[in-house]
Design a protein around this ligand. Sequence first.
Ligand code: TXE
Length: 478
Amino acid sequence: MNVLNYINGTLRPAVSGKAIDNYNPSIGAVYGTLPDSDSEDVQLAIEAAEAAFESWSKMPMETRFDWLMKIANEIELQKEEFILAESIDNGKPTWLASMSDIPRAVSNIKFFAAAQMNFPSESHHTPGQGINYTLRKPLGVVGCISPWNLPLYLFTWKIAPALAAGNTVVAKPSEITPVTAFLLTKICEKINFPKGVLNVVHGLGPKVGQPIVESKRIKAVAFTGGTQTGRIINKVCAEQFKKVSLELGGKNPNIIFDDVNIDEVIETTVKSSFNNQGQICLCGSRIFIHKNIYETFKVRFVERIQKLQIGDPLTDVNIGAVVSASHLEKILGYIELAKQEGGTILTGGKRFVPEGRCESGYFIEPTIIEGLDYQCRVNQEEIFGPVVTLTPFETEEEVIMMANSTLFGLACSIWTKDIERGHRMAEAIESGIIWVNSWMVRDLRTPFGGMKESGIGREGGFEAMRFFTEPKNVFVKY
Ligand code: TXE
């Protein structure tokens, strides 16, 4: 499939006419192209978005609701095409795209279409003097930059609140997985979505993302991606005092006490470790297990993982391909590093070569490692692949110290039947999201994001609506 930009309501190639190859990771081969856009395309997109802002921001909210719902409903009608496209473009199994990515993208749009109609302004009475009320106005043209791991899911997670709040958008999906964002823009064209309100420019980070972030005409940037890219974006935004929301990496602890039902924990830990080939910022890659159940857990977990099927994501497998050749190399590099750092590979540890059409695809066996120090690089740096480490602990204090020892602070799971301990741990762990006796249960109203080097700001619910609006307090004297 040849992906096109969507600027001012029209699907079009890059101004330069250049294109980049798009790879299917499960066969390791090019299967389409995307525009190799640059600052010229970004400027056109910004101009279109500026021209559209006045009418979109002043549109009755019911009409804006209808427009967003039209996009969501069309995705639902074409969901089979979207599921297949996401699976081919990213390497994830179709069941995952069908259970998570695509329905969640629809929910994101529906949720924020409704949220803008329920978004209250605040009012504060100053006794004896008067009353304050807070206006919340859209910002103008905003930039949304999204990654490859959950392509449509995270793309809509940003554009939906931005548009719902009345902004117009210049968005850049990941160059590694551009297809489902393109399919969404085909829908926009088909339904005659108001032109210039949403503009999508495809291409490389430094050539497209950077000019979006650098433009003084872009009033805010919402970014999800790697911590290093986040650091670059944050510097540019700081210089311009530009609003920025950064959802970055994680190295999340999964803490298992000795009072749990081990079978139940293992079932969820299989998912929190290896769903989407471990390429979810919320995956629990550091598993801390109480020493009383360490051996039992380890043996059963390894047995369970060895039963997982790896291979062609379009068939009934548990584990598909990782997203790219360079990402495959990065992950295998970390597995080598784990050996050098004294780790023992309990299962996995190698590239996997399926028979048949996927033999050149980027597959890695789900890998479990033990025997590493909690401070080693493998336990401190984000690998973002199907690799987890097991570490025993004895006391709450010890596991809190180890869990909090990284530069990240995104998500944490805590497994215990002792609810007091659950609350105590939740308070002590440095993390934006805590799941007690669960993982990845997401209520779209809740604040989502990380602390430390996992990011700045929160998305989700009214947090996102606040990010994409400027509050203005008005005081009226009695
Ligand atoms: O992400 P990038 P990469 C982590 C994960 C992964 C690492 C690097 O550890 O191995 O990041 O992945 C755009 N200005 N996560 O390099 O580059 C880019 O085009 C503006 C965690 O693939 O951060 C893409 O659209 N934009 C993560 C987006 O940024 C720029 C999900 C993200 O890509 C840019 C993905 C620039 N200078 C990776 N450079 C998560 N938190 O979920 C690149 N981009």
